[in-house]
Design a binder for this molecule. Structure first.
Ligand code: HEM
Length: 345
């Protein structure tokens, strides 16, 4: 009886998703998995690591209690790892273990990655290994942790395909430069960059909503000008140009994953100049206005775009990294100097 009730509910959800996706999102059926791509699938760890989701959830919830910043930290790491060359944990490789030509983490776009979030990924890696789940990659852990962090902060759920391995090669610097936009990019540039990775204007508008949580370092406000001069003046006064100081990205509800980001933009209170740029494309401007008043519509599109980002193709040699920050072949004691010579062995 209970299972037939559940079946009826599931069928109602499916029907709602087919007839009216926005209503489906409101009912919690957001971005439900529909297909598996390549070697990646939704339930790949279910048999040999049944506790994986719980391990990740517990660790993220614990870390979030101590430092709410890990949520935004994970989300930005996820974006910066996945967008340039697929979700392969290549970004996690520590610069000190790489040749100078490979140090993607030292590029300006990757400045300020949240150390607590990086450490959390490794803590989850250790806990997953202790549970004898050897074939779970740092890339899958990053993806699952990000999803749980968003959910815990009030955001939407979405399906992510698992079964990735970790790249042996570090993130490519040319791809980081090309695909991670600068904080002073104009709307045409943002659209061009996102389109070059297969993401349309709706995806760009929805993923930018990630700035509903987290912070920016103050120097990133240098290019922020605009109509609501009082607001620009206020944030610049609150946040003078030092890299140690930070400004929240959503001045209304900085720690909640909600749709206030769009309301802020409509009111001229977007923090980065790229946030305000969204108003300079008519199609995106229309979405910003819609999502400012319709959280479920935003959540639905955000979930879809996140699932799409998780599906970006990966390539090259790979492994299950023991330590998310180092290739398995790398001896603990090897430390490469700026010129790329082993400083100690
Ligand atoms: C559209 C182009 C984007 C630009 C130009 C951009 C730029 C930035 C900048 C400059 C910061 C501040 C970094 C710092 O100073 O520490 C930031 C923070 C952040 N970004 Fe973006 N971003 C973009 C898109 C995205 C996307 C697509 C996501 C995720 C899906 C994302 C997630 C975040 C998060 C969560 C933070 C806060 C990080 C923290 O508090 O640790 N961003 N972004």
């Amino acid at each position: 009886m209970a299972s037939s009730g559940a079946m009826v509910l599931a069928m109602m959800g499916l029907l709602a998703a087919l007839v009216c996706p926005a209503a489906a999102a409101a009912a919690g059926f957001i971005s439900m998995p529909t297909d598996n791509v390549g070697d990646h699938s939704y339930g790949v760890h279910a048999t040999f690591c049944p506790n994986l989701e719980k391990i990740v959830l517990d660790k993220v919830a614990e870390a979030r209690r101590w430092d709410i910043g890990v949520v935004a930290g994970l989300l930005r790491i996820f974006f910066h790892d996945c967008f340039p060359n697929g979700c392969d944990a290549s970004l996690l490789l520590e610069p000190s273990h790489l040749y100078s030509s490979e140090r993607a983490r030292e590029r300006p776009q990757n400045q300020g990655l949240h150390q607590g979030a990086l450490d959390l990924i490794q803590r989850i890696r250790d806990a997953v290994r202790d549970a004898k789940c050897t074939e779970v990659s740092c890339a899958d852990i990053t993806m699952l942790a990000t999803r749980q962090a968003i959910k815990l902060s009030g955001g939407p759920d979405y399906g992510v395909q698992l079964g990735r391995k970790d790249s042996i090669d570090p993130a490519r610097i040319d791809q980081v430069n090309q695909f991670l936009p600068a904080p002073d990019a104009k709307i045409w540039k943002l659209i061009e960059v996102f389109q070059s990775r297969g993401f349309d204007r709706t995806d760009l508008a929805a993923l930018s909503g990630a700035h509903t949580i987290g912070k920016t370092s103050c120097p990133n406000l240098a290019s922020r000008t605009g109509d609501a001069a009082w607001f620009v003046e206020a944030i610049k006064m609150n946040c003078p140009g030092s890299w140690d100081k930070k400004q929240v990205l959503d001045v209304d509800t900085p720690d909640d994953f909600d749709h206030k980001y769009y309301k802020n933009i409509v009111d001229g209170k977007g923090v980065l100049s790229t946030d305000m740029e969204l108003l300079n494309d008519p199609f995106i401007k229309d979405l910003v206005h819609k999502w400012a008043t319709d959280k479920n519509f935003f959540f639905w599109k955000f979930g879809e775009a996140m699932a799409k980002m998780a599906r970006l193709p990966v390539g090259g040699p790979s492994e299950y990294r023991e330590n998310c920050f180092k290739r398995n072949s790398m001896r603990e004691t090897v430390n490469l100097t700026a010129e790329g010579f082993a400083a100690s062995a």
